[in-house]
Write a protein that binds this ligand. Structure first.
Ligand code: HEC
Length: 217
């Protein structure tokens, strides 16, 4: 056997163990440097993160504020009648709107939409005729009578056929749907503006129709 073959085998064996040792070390230690990224594929690009500094601008901010006077298209909520159910009187003071916003056409289709939305979002509490006797309320009453604990805080849904609610202008009903009232939560997140007005129209229609018996009246 050649004499140099044993030292060579030892040398090759030692060198071959180096990558394994490096990997073993990397697995138990942490590093500040980013990991090796062999194929760039435009994965890293220069950019600014939110709220970062940028010395290029006089104010030093990377995020640019909108040009003064900018109004976002389709996102201006300046129409208080449509969005808040309130209109300004001659002195500029806002009060409940007595009429529907001009952008909406109040016809039978609108009312049908309101009925459909009402039955989805409101009837389970207020009842199909708006008498405050929806299924959820009935169930609570049933449980209470059966002596089940935990329903003491239940607030009965209002009837729409009381003088107080009947006297409310459409803007105020719209506002109740939007922002809620006392124990009732608002529905601004679930129901779009036009549908809230459609439901308002339907609530008014329910008030005009005479319920058979009106609890809470
Ligand atoms: C989870 C049950 C519940 C649902 C759903 C609900 N309400 Fe109510 N609503 C109430 C309760 C409770 C009250 C009484 C609030 C109070 O005065 O404490 C009320 C009160 C009202 C009033 C009378 C407000 C006033 O000024 O006295 C109106 C109008 C009304 N709701 C409309 C609606 C409409 C329209 C919907 C559907 C978009 C709806 N509610 C959905 C529980 C509900």
């Amino acid at each position: 056997m050649l004499r140099w073959i044993i030292p060579l085998a030892i040398l090759v064996g030692t060198i071959a163990a180096v990558p394994l040792a490096v990997i073993a070390r990397a697995r138990v230690s942490t590093s500040e440097k980013p990991r090796l990224h062999g194929w760039q594929d435009m994965d890293n690009q220069p950019r600014f993160k939110a709220q970062q500094e940028n010395p290029l601008y006089a104010d030093g901010r990377a995020m640019r504020p909108p040009v003064p006077g900018t109004v976002a298209r389709g996102e201006s909520f300046l129409d208080t009648h449509l969005y808040q159910g309130r209109v300004a009187d001659q002195a500029g003071k806002l009060g409940w709107a007595q009429s529907f916003p001009d952008d909406l056409t109040v016809d039978s289709e609108f009312l049908a939409r309101g009925k459909e939305r009402y039955e989805i979002y409101c009837s389970m509490c207020h009842g199909y005729a708006g008498q405050g006797d929806g299924m959820v309320h009935k169930r609570v009453e049933q449980r209470k009578q059966a002596g089940v604990a935990g329903f003491d805080a239940w607030a009965a849904p209002a009837s729409y056929h009381t003088e107080i609610v009947k006297a409310q202008p459409v803007g105020q009903i719209y506002n109740t749907i939007t922002n809620g009232k006392n124990n009732m939560a608002g529905y601004r997140a679930q129901i779009p503006v036009a549908d809230r007005w459609a439901i308002t129209a339907y609530v008014k229609a329910l008030q005009l129709a005479k319920p058979k018996q009106a609890p809470g009246n």
